[in-house]
Ligand binder design. Structure first.
Ligand code: SF4
Length: 674
């Protein structure tokens, strides 16, 4: 690997401004070693290590070394996926590995299905208010070279009528096969050495019995701190109003369109019979979800503790529907009709079975729960301890898996992530950020703020935030753990000269763009803003953490995971809640310094980080940076760049602020922990 990364190496010859970073070299060597020895590896690589190149180069080297090798890079966010596909991989192909073939691997529902588009067009399956969207899809279909949904902005309810659905795809028998862009992407994927995927698709692939993606022997999970939740989601079961409605409407929708209206040889008696079964399913579905909605009147999620908590006569109706469809198959006109009838019959049977398994709680080690999210209603079974499933079904099957992120370790150890993902034997490597946090970042924790949950905390929070914003005058990201508190604080702010942007007032991407454009803006966000957003430069000069991000303990999956730890003799607060909150705090902190010229302040308004016994565990996990004893001392760090970091730093010393290190006990010793 040295050939690539050393100062007069391959990268320095082709990448303007390239500087050797020892951490990047260490990571690439560790990844190369893991690939060579067929071991799993966990790497925490702080911001600025350059981890993408550090894993891509050894990975590409590995797959090109032997004919037929293929590897996957899986990300959590689309942003990173895009960066790999549009930037890093094309660069490496052009300048370093000319023979490399790579492809983006998306879930097939992201692709337009020409057969369904034609079918829908012929039947006018769209509701009147969907006509415009449908016309746009038709025009786009004429010219798209990818067929991928992200190219066109249409509502989901329209897209799902024309996208590929695996059980409805006719594959090689399809008359549109040669023109099908999904099939073309599959061929490209099979020829690729590197597939760029996402965690959702990766686990959908696992759940399908490895049938979704082409075979591969190695994988790098970037943004691996998100793996547990995504895996649990895909390895469980759910039954939703949306799934039921989609099935029923595909057979016969409220306008009398669907499979049934297309079948050419169904007599009136058979038509009547199946219509009555569909109506039965619809009625029972409506009453099931009405009951579920009533149970969820005061909750967004609800743990289901008893079997058959709602009477289930819907599974039987779905089974009857499946049988009726199979009878109908006998009168199918051709193979296309047979295939479609069979697919919908199997879907109906599978849905009924899912509902039965969930309501009768027939799966061990699963937590059963219900959720209401706006109009979306569903019942769910989620495995609460996925370590053993991942170990046996995934990590014992793949030769090498590399897990990387800027936030995997807690207390500088990997115990938590190893236990959660079943990776006890994996190698580990902890690489701090090469940025000079000491001169680039300052941390302030006020000592005159009451604890969250006590009387007066909210007033203190509002008061301190008001003070912070009067110093920063914008370019500040304020991170909350609850939308209710966010809204209260937002409305209490009295800062007419600043533009306050609040999560929920537009999509997150647009809010971040507005924030970047206006240096007098303040962005208020909850969990989706703690991670994944990248705001380099002066646009973000201060991050305020309003509360330590402990997950809500009575949320069903969380509660079940904690119960399981208690049963195994472990303290769930120490083994689960604290490490999880540390990882999220590190993510929030990590929003501040994105490049080596960035600088700014992080203010933590949760005094528990100073007063509670677990506080040092949080502080030890943050990058070593300067400590500001008083709020006024952050001023030198939140001013515009260009004044010279060193001078500001010295200025701070001269004012007697003191330079502590937010790394381990150094901070505590310097009196910040109180
Ligand atoms: S091959 Fe499958 S996805 Fe492609 S047009 Fe035909 S049915 Fe649709």
């Amino acid at each position: 690997m040295d050939n690539f990364f050393r100062s007069a190496g391959i990268l320095s010859a082709v990448l303007p401004g390239y500087e050797t970073r020892i951490e990047q070299v260490q990571m690439s060597e560790a990844v190369a070693g893991a690939l060579e020895s067929g071991r799993h590896l966990i790497v925490e690589a702080g911001t600025g290590v350059g981890k993408s190149l550090a894993y891509l180069i050894p990975l590409i080297h590995h797959v090109l070394a032997e004919e037929g090798r293929r590897a996957v890079v899986s990300t959590y966010t689309k942003t990173l996926q895009r960066q790999l596909i549009e930037k890093e991989l094309p660069f490496l192909k052009e300048h370093v590995f000319n023979d490399l073939r790579f492809a983006l691997c998306l879930g097939s529902e992201n692709y337009l299905c020409l057969r369904r588009l034609e079918q829908t067009r012929a039947e006018v399956l769209f509701e009147t208010d969907e006509t415009e969207g449908f016309k746009r899809i038709s025009r786009w279909a004429e010219k798209t070279s990818t067929g991928i949904r992200s190219e066109i902005d249409v509502p989901q309810q329209i897209w799902q009528k024309v996208c590929r659905e695996s059980d409805l795809c006719h594959g090689k028998d399809c008359k549109k096969f040669d023109a099908c862009l999904y099939q073309e992407s599959k061929t490209t994927g099979k020829r690729a050495h590197i597939l760029v995927s996402n965690h959702h698709l990766f686990f959908a692939n696992v759940a399908s019995g490895w049938n979704v993606m082409p075979p591969f022997d190695s994988v790098v999970f970037d943004e691996a701190h998100e793996l547990e939740d995504v895996a649990a989601d895909y390895l469980g079961l759910d039954f939703s109003w949306h799934k039921l409605k989609h099935l029923v409407d595909s057979i016969l929708n409220s306008q009398g369109k669907g499979l049934l209206s297309r079948l050419q040889h169904v007599g009136p008696t058979a038509h009547l019979e199946i219509t009555s079964v569909i109506n039965l399913v619809r009625r029972r579905g409506e009453s099931f979800f009405a009951e579920l909605s009533a149970r969820l009147r005061d909750f967004t999620t609800l743990r289901i503790r008893e079997k058959d908590f709602i009477m289930n006569d819907l599974s039987t109706a779905l089974s009857t529907l499946a049988d009726a469809l199979m009878v109908l198959k006998a009168s199918a006109y051709d193979e296309d009709e047979k295939k479609e009838i069979t697919a919908l019959a199997l879907r109906s049977e599978a849905l009924g079975l899912s509902l039965r398994l969930i309501l009768q709680q027939e799966m061990d080690n699963h937590v059963y729960w219900a959720e209401k999210d706006g109009k979306r209603l569903r019942v769910v079974a989620t495995p609460f301890d996925i370590a053993s499933i991942l170990k046996s079904q995934v990590f014992n099957v793949i030769t090498t898996a590399v897990f990387t992120s800027a936030t995997l370790a807690t207390d500088e150890k990997f115990t938590y992530i190893k236990e959660r993902l079943g990776l006890l034997d994996a190698g580990t490597l902890l690489l701090h950020s090469p940025f000079d946090y000491h001169s680039q970042a300052v941390l302030h924790i006020p000592n005159d703020i009451r604890e969250p949950g006590t009387d007066g905390f909210e007033n203190d929070l509002i008061h301190h935030l008001q003070e912070i914003l009067s110093i920063t005058k914008g370019s500040t990201l304020v991170l909350f753990t609850s939308y209710t508190l966010l809204t209260k604080v937002y409305h209490a702010m009295k800062l007419p000269s600043l533009v306050l942007l609040r999560q929920g007032e537009g999509d997150n991407y647009r809010l971040v763009q507005l924030f970047k454009k206006n240096s007098h803006s303040v962005l208020f966000g909850t969990y989706s803003f703690w991670q994944g957003i990248d705001i380099p430069g002066d646009a973000l000069r201060c991050v305020v953490i309003t509360k330590l991000p402990f997950a809500v303990p009575d949320e069903p999956i969380m509660e079940a995971r904690m119960e399981a730890l208690t049963m195994s003799g472990k303290n769930p607060f120490n083994h689960y809640q604290i490490p999880q909150a540390i990882i999220l705090l590190k993510q929030g902190f990590g929003r501040l310094i994105r490049t080596k010229t960035d600088r700014g302040a992080v203010v933590v308004l949760d005094s528990r980080i100073r007063t509670r016994r677990y506080g040092p565990r949080f502080l030890k996990s943050l990058p070593a940076c300067t400590i500001a004893a008083s709020l006024g001392d952050i001023a030198g760090f939140v001013g515009k760049a260009g004044n010279g970091v060193k001078e500001d730093c010295q200025g701070l010393c001269a004012k007697g602020a003191g330079h502590g290190e937010a790394q381990g006990h150094a901070l505590v010793d310097k009196g910040v922990s109180g």
